[in-house]
Design a protein around this ligand. Sequence first.
Ligand SMILES: O=c1ccn([C@@H]2O[C@H](COP(=O)(O)OP(=O)(O)O)[C@@H](O)[C@H]2O)c(=O)[nH]1
Ligand SMILES: O=C(O)[C@@H](COP(=O)(O)O)O[C@H]1O[C@H](CO)[C@@H](O)[C@H](O)[C@H]1O
Length: 308
Amino acid sequence: MYDDPAEGTPAITRSWVRSPWSTTELIRAKGGRTVSVVLPALNEEDTVADVVATITPHLGGLVDEVVVLDSGSTDRTVQRAASAGAQVVSREEALPGVPVNGGKGEVLWRSVAATSGDIVVFVDADLVGPGSHFVPSLVGPLLMENGIHLVKGFYRRPLSVAGQTDSDGGGRVTQLLARPLLTALVPELAGVLQPLGGEYACTRTFLESVPFAPGYGVEIGLLLDAYHRYGTNGIGQVGLGERRHRNRPTSELAVMSRQIVATMLTRLGIEDSGTGFTSFASTGHPFAATVAPAPLGDRPPLASTIPV
Ligand SMILES: O=c1ccn([C@@H]2O[C@H](COP(=O)(O)OP(=O)(O)O)[C@@H](O)[C@H]2O)c(=O)[nH]1
Ligand SMILES: O=C(O)[C@@H](COP(=O)(O)O)O[C@H]1O[C@H](CO)[C@@H](O)[C@H](O)[C@H]1O
């Protein structure tokens, strides 16, 4: 289990610095349970095939299906994902007849309908050099422990921007927004190292019973819903080593942050203004304003009536 956290840190007690279970042990413990792996993908032609390739070796053993849920890509994401051995599903195919919204939350919500595993593992498709141990590590606590419904990965996160690399500078929204706000508003979750991380595993029971927040608020929404429903005892986290991905410019992370704040506030019963986020260009026409609309509402739990 986890080394003793620093004095005074509210620990997520069900934490592992690295998975203590071998894949053989996990397959033995799996029994009749099934595991789906989902990669949400929007124009990830450069990385999706390599990410899929770290997961397909587990097919037929620990993993029962690998699904790339395509988010309307206009590049070669679909072709490359299929060539790598993934099943590719569009948002429309996932929930026919349900009008499509944009954003990551929409894709993950639909992916639950498009898969059947008792356990669902989410892995971002923009990862660079992910390890094949990611999925086994994430499903381990769900297969080997009782009462856990959400397992978050955590990792060192290098940052590469403008050709410069900072070995620990990644997870900027996590470090500057999400974790400070969680510490202030939900201190019991202050020990979650990567609350926004895109690599996590959940029980289907949980995923079908909760709403899905729109856009990039989806991860913080699921974390808070897991906490409200099961307490910290229902949440695990496991170390995955290092995680590299495409690092977006700060301007795009600001829009992402607005979505995360909206979800966090509403999950905590704090009213959000609903005002869209205005970005001001600092080059070209100086201070030209661009407004990103306020996030849409949640998608309802799939166990409820599907909206049409
Ligand atoms: O509308 C969207 C936005 C994102 N994604 C996918 O969700 C994952 C994480 O998104 P992104 O990389 O934009 O977030 P970041 O990791 O940069 O914070 C990636 O696989 C994206 O392709 C998606 O499928 N639809
Ligand atoms: O963790 C973060 O701060 C952001 C941005 O990461 P970087 O500063 O580009 O390494 O990325 C995360 O947040 C997104 C929104 O929730 C998730 O979708 C990503 O999977 C996650 O990497």
